[in-house]
Every structure is written in C-alpha cells, then in structure tokens.
Design a protein around this ligand. Sequence first.
Ligand code: ACO
Length: 325
Amino acid sequence: MKKVGIIGVGEYLPKKVLANADLEKMVDTSDEWITTRTGIKERRLASNDEAASDLAIAAAKEALSSAKLAPEDLDLIIVATITPDMPFPSVASIVQNALSAKKAAAFDVSAACAGFVYALSTAQQFISCGVYKNALVIGSEKLSSVTDWKDRNTCVLFGDGAGACVLGEVKDGGIVATYLGCDGSNLNLLNLPAGGSRIPASHETVDQRLHYIKMNGNELFKIAVRTMTDAALTVLEKAGLKFSDIDLIIPHQANSRIIMAVAKRLGLTEDKIFLNIEKYGNMSSASTATALVEAAKEGRIKKGDIVLLDAFGAGLVWGAAVIKW
Ligand code: ACO
C-alpha cells in the first residue's frame, strides 16, 4: 500500500461577517449568551450569488496552487457537503467543470460535520491501493441557506465556508489511520425535514419552515462529547499511538464547550487544541477542513507532527483521522 499525505491546502471564507451584535437585532439573544454557551463571536455569510460550489472552487484553486499541481493532474474530486447547489448534479461535478479537471472522477459525500473526514478517508483508499495518484478533497457549506433566521436555538450557530486539501503519494508520514462510524438511531436529533423524496417541497412545507435545520442541541451535546472522545481513542489505537504522541487535535467546531469537554476527557492541554469557531461558527463539513488548512498555514503544524482530526455530526456520524505531517 502507498503512503498518502496532504500535499496542498486551501480555503475560502466569504467576506461578509455577521457578528453576535448583528444577531442581537434579529432574534432574542445576546453576545454574552452566544459567547459563553458556544465560543462563537462571528461567522461568515456567502452572498446571494454564491453557492457551495463557488466556495469550493475558490478553496480548490488555492489548494492546487499550494500543491503545485494543475487541474489535469487530478484523478478524483470529492466534495463533502450537506448544502449542495441543488440535489443533483453534484457539487463535485460543478467543481470538475470549473477547474477543467478533465480526467477526474467526481462525486459528493453526505456525512454532515464528519463529511470532510469521510471524504479524506475515501480518497486515501483510492490512492493507497494505486487506482489514483492525486485527489482533491473539499468540505464546502452554505449553511446560511438552510438556517432558520427566526430560530435563536440554531441561527446563532452556523456559518459558510470551504476548505480543501490535495492528497497524493508521500515518502514519509501521511494518513496513518482513519475511523468512520454511524448510529442512525438518533437521526431525528438533527435534520432538515423537507425537500427530499420523503417530504417533497410544497407550499405547506415552506409555511411550516421545514426547509431549515432542526436540532435538539442539548441531547446532541452529550452524545457529541462521548462520541468524539471514543472516536479519538479508537483511531489512536488503530494508529498504534498514545495521547502523549498527539501534537495537535483539530476537532469539528460545533461548540467550544464540547471541544473542551472532549479535551479534558483525553487529558489534552489547551495548547494542543486548534480552534477557529470564534471566527466562523459551525460550518459543518467545512469546519474541520478550514481548521486543518488554517493550522497548516499558521505554522501550528510542523513537519513530523502527529495531527488528530475528530468530527461528529448529523446522521449521527463520526470520523477521526491520525495524520503524520
Ligand atoms: N440566545 C439566548 N438564549 C438561548 C439561545 C440564544 N441564541 N438559544 C437557546 N437559548 C435558551 C434556551 O431557550 C433555553 O432557555 P430555557 O432554559 O428558558 O428553556 C436556554 O437558553 C438553555 O438552552 P439549552 O439548549 O439547554 O442550551 P445549551 O447550553 O445546551 O446550548 C447549544 C445550546 C449551543 C445548541 C448546545 O446544546 C450545542 O452546542 N449542542 C451541540 C450541537 C452539535 O454538536 N451539533 C452537531 C453538529 S452540527 C451538524 O452536524 C450540522
């Protein structure tokens, strides 16, 4: 099996900033509540003419340039998203066309906040067994398009953005182990009820606000802490490593209190945790992606470091990965 590593990174965050103070004017909330309960200070919002594919394409271009590869070098494009431009075709097809990545296969992965880790692990399999040489993996979301801006329980949490990685064969290090899982029994805790084949869009579904994210945050909070801790333990065991070997944990950025509770259970100190939730909120699949990209760009990850990705989201699904940088 070939060793597969991240050879290029890129991100795109829309320019428009929505601060907690702006939300105070929209719903009955306060900067103090949002900051202390979630760790979020502001989030980015895509413009009306920007869809998930536009964010993905911008992040992809930066990742390709950082990998020093041309679009024609790509064999595979996987986009993790729960906010595709439309039900079909895939965002990955739109990205493939925009980049003119002529020989790339392309498809989307729907695994909510764990989507980026699911996509990363999928791409790794194709390269490690020699089927493909280079893959582009993107987490891209326009969650603002499915956020109920009248619901204070959810609208303070989400934001828009995209992160991208190019994967290729490496001599040393790379992805050491991944662990993906699902517990579909709790899928009602977090979903978007209408617009699919179960409840197609109608005037009634619009009137009942069924095209927006519905979430039982309190229940999810407890499950997230337990599941992310277990996923981290399992992937480390698969990698044959100990917690003391971890240089940086890059968790899904749903809530800083979830992240701190997981870190406490794992015995990790704050300097080993990467956070960008304060700036961007929860961007589902794009959260882990941009956090990894920013950690690399900011020099928080050095060559030889052991990085642990740990994500959890709607499904319920989880995904963890150990990468030697
Ligand atoms: N401003 C002010 N008050 C609020 C707000 C708000 N924005 N939102 C809720 N409240 C109120 C509630 O109404 C409630 O009031 P009550 O006690 O009078 O009924 C009170 O604050 C406490 O509400 P809780 O829901 O218990 O608050 P909690 O501390 O659990 O925080 C939160 C809520 C932030 C949603 C948290 O539960 C959380 O982060 N959950 C996990 C989310 C998650 O992990 N999602 C999975 C990934 S996301 C994905 O896959 C797309």
